[in-house]
Ligand binder design. Structure first.
Ligand code: SAM
Length: 344
């Protein structure tokens, strides 16, 4: 054919223009447009502009963009006046208190990942993460030196992890029959959002969330009213400190942060703590899993951390070196693939 077909043209345009869609979504989210229209559907652009303290002209463009992206619906009330409301997508995911709100994760994308991605070329050329170029600070350990360097950034990071864990947690927790395990340790379990999904799904299971002291000291902030006494928190460094004893070790979106050498350090500590029959459960998007964005996500880990996304076979190889076998994987329809292996 001498001309590209319509699908190819659409596909390439979508890819080239993807950043415009993301940034329009981030901006509307940051300006609380979806919160406003959730509580007061049917406002026009002038009213929205006034509430979000922005220009009418800019607000009109942003609202139109959100309509074309399927995030808002517009109705012409009169020939002069168009009013807006959230679509189902926005109602599920975009306003702050939505049941599956990604609002905080979107803030993390806007404030942290966007600046890192603007240095992707350097990340590729130099083979290192780009915290120093993006934020002016050298960071040996991205958590302790970058994300937890100020309370504001730390809370934003924790909120982002919390919102993703709330969306993905149930699918991870229910991927396997875990009824033979009584105690679990969620390594790098952050706010405990994932741990609560595990205790909810498995009435006989208690979960210890193990994370850095800087994170654990904020855990109350996320569960002030929670009375689930099957979830507890222990502060420590999983590379240096003794791990809490458990029948099941959970690593949800942990190993993608680290290079192979460090993954081996962690797996060897888990293997030492495990008796035969104990298990390790890994939740990650795998490169050969079913989510199309795991390879772009691997680029993201490269710009952000020392880590990467891996294939199922890479996890299997690493785990077998530490005496694990009987490996099984479930591809959830959610963001994460779940892998389990038993200590032999
Ligand atoms: N597991 C959570 C989830 O799936 O939402 C959070 C994943 S987050 C990408 C990585 C977590 O590892 C953070 O909560 C971070 O504080 C924790 N972490 C990083 N380095 C650690 C260390 N040396 N010891 C313990 N936890 C650590």
């Amino acid at each position: 054919a001498s001309e590209p077909n319509k699908e190819d043209l659409e596909k390439i345009t979508e890819l080239v223009d993807g950043f415009k869609a993301s940034k329009a979504l981030f901006t509307a989210s940051r300006l609380h447009v979806f919160d406003l229209l959730q509580s007061r559907p049917g406002l026009d652009a002038t009213q929205v502009a006034q509430e979000i303290e922005a220009s009418v002209k800019g607000t009109e463009r942003l609202l139109e963009a959100c309509v074309s992206l399927g995030l808002l619906k517009s109705k012409e009330r009169t020939s002069q006046k168009t009013v807006y409301e959230n679509t189902r997508l926005a109602a599920w995911f975009l306003w702050s208190d939505a049941p599956f709100s990604l609002h905080e994760y979107i803030q993390h994308c806007n404030n942290t990942l966007w600046p890192l991605f603007s240095h992707l070329e350097s990340a590729v050329r130099e083979g290192t993460n780009q915290h120093e170029k993006a934020f002016g600070k050298k960071s040996k350990d991205i958590f302790q030196d970058a994300y937890f360097s100020s309370k504001e950034v730390k809370l934003r990071f924790m909120n982002a992890m919390h919102s993703i864990a709330k969306v993905t947690g149930k699918a991870v927790a229910t991927a396997f029959d875990l009824s033979s395990y009584k105690t679990a340790c969620d390594l790098g379990g952050c706010t405990g959002a994932m741990a609560y999904e595990f205790t909810t799904a498995h009435p006989g299971l208690s979960v210890t969330v193990f994370d850095l002291p800087a994170v654990v000291e904020m855990s109350e902030h996320f569960h002030p009213l929670h009375t689930d006494n099957r979830v507890s928190f222990v502060a420590g460094d999983f590379f240096k400190d003794e791990l809490p004893k458990a029948d099941l070790y959970i690593l949800a979106r942990i190993l993608h942060d680290w290079p192979d050498e460090k993954v081996h350090v962690l797996l060897s500590k888990i293997a030492d703590a495990c008796k035969p029959g104990c298990a390790v459960l890994i939740a990650e998007t795998m490169l050969d899993g079913q989510t199309p964005y795991s390879a772009p996500q691997s680029v993201n880990m490269h710009a952000q951390t020392e880590g990467m996304k891996r294939r199922e076979s890479q996890y299997a190889d690493m785990l077998s070196k530490h005496g694990f076998g009987c490996m099984r994987v479930v591809h959830t329809l959610n963001f994460l693939d779940v892998f389990i292996a038993n200590k032999m």
